[in-house]
Design a protein. Structure first.
Length: 107
């Protein structure tokens, strides 16, 4: 059963990476750098525990509507410090801020 779940998770990750889509990054004109894509980072970093559609699975809660329950600041705190079974620091710095901002928009 675990082998099938791992196969499904990794297969989903490869599929999502291959589908990619358009360029969703924004350019910060002040620094000339590309801002992190919160959605892409979340889909890469969170699906193994929260499910391919971020619908939640096992002990991991759904994230597809987390913005209706938690603010961007609360989400950033959870990403940085962890909560329950989730360890902190899986995503760091500007990437963590981008993920928190994107998740806060999921209502």
């Amino acid at each position: 059963m675990k082998k099938a779940m791992l196969t499904l998770v990794f297969g989903s990750a490869i599929f999502l990476a291959a589908c990619g889509g358009g360029d969703k990054t924004a350019t910060n004109n002040n620094e000339g750098t590309t801002a992190p894509d919160g959605e892409a980072i979340a889909m890469k970093s969170c699906i193994s525990c929260h499910g391919g559609e971020l619908q939640g699975q096992g002990n991991a809660p759904a994230l597809n509507d987390v913005g209706s329950r938690l603010s961007e600041e609360e989400l950033l705190d959870i990403i940085n410090n962890g909560r329950g079974n989730m360890p902190g620091g899986l995503v760091k710095g500007a990437d963590a801020e981008a993920v928190a901002k994107w998740l806060a928009s999921q209502k």
